[in-house]
Design a binder for this molecule. Structure first.
Ligand code: MG
Ligand code: ZN
Length: 189
């Protein structure tokens, strides 16, 4: 199974600085995010979403709000021909709770492995928009891709990061095109 791990906010949907997407009405797709998902879908890649949503345990929105966002997101994507999302995993804990699942920790990746069987992380990618995504990917051993549609706006910001992404693309569409092309070159398709 060909798997790509994705962050949600800033990759598929708009990133809101210093705020959370608290209800479905606030959720907006990034157009290239949908394009990228479609490209992965059509090339036979499965997608697992791994997202920190500490706003739940901060009391800013509820699990029900979060589930409603997820259901609507998946429904809209299905309408656009994206049927390849295996599962959406969230960490709802605050940093202070020191859980095992909040990125850059790897608990949610391990959970995916429990749910779907052994994953060769070195053959997968994790695509995110922030430094913690890149650190999380490195911690679990995936290839890491940074997209510039969210928290990180330019390559310049990355100069100060300790963990550098393996690849940087403007958006998920370009990242997906790269993954599919590379997969073909490696004879995986
Ligand atoms: Mg993000
Ligand atoms: Zn957690």
């Amino acid at each position: 199974m060909k798997i790509v791990f994705l962050d949600r906010d800033g990759v598929i949907s708009i990133f809101t600085p210093n705020d959370y997407i608290k209800k479905w009405e606030e959720f907006k797709f990034i157009p290239e995010g949908i394009d990228g998902l479609k490209i992965l879908n059509d090339a036979g890649y499965k997608v697992i979403i791994i997202s920190n949503q500490a706003g739940v345990n901060k009391g800013l929105f509820t699990i029900n709000d979060l589930n409603e966002i997820t259901e609507n997101m998946l429904k809209e994507l299905k309408n656009k021909g994206v049927n390849n999302i295996l599962k959406v995993y969230y960490c709802i804990h605050t940093k202070e709770e020191n859980c095992e699942c909040r990125k850059p920790k790897t608990g949610l990746f391990k959970k995916a492995e429990q749910d779907f069987g052994k994953i060769e992380f070195s053959k997968t990618y994790f695509i995110g928009d922030a430094d913690i995504d890149i650190i999380a990917g490195k911690n679990v051993g995936t290839n890491t891709i940074l997209v510039l549609t969210g928290k990180t706006k330019s390559k310049k910001e990355i100069e100060l990061w300790e963990a550098k992404p393996d690849y940087i693309f403007d958006n998920l569409k370009e990242a997906a095109e790269f993954i599919v092309k590379k997969g073909r070159e490696n004879g995986k398709i």
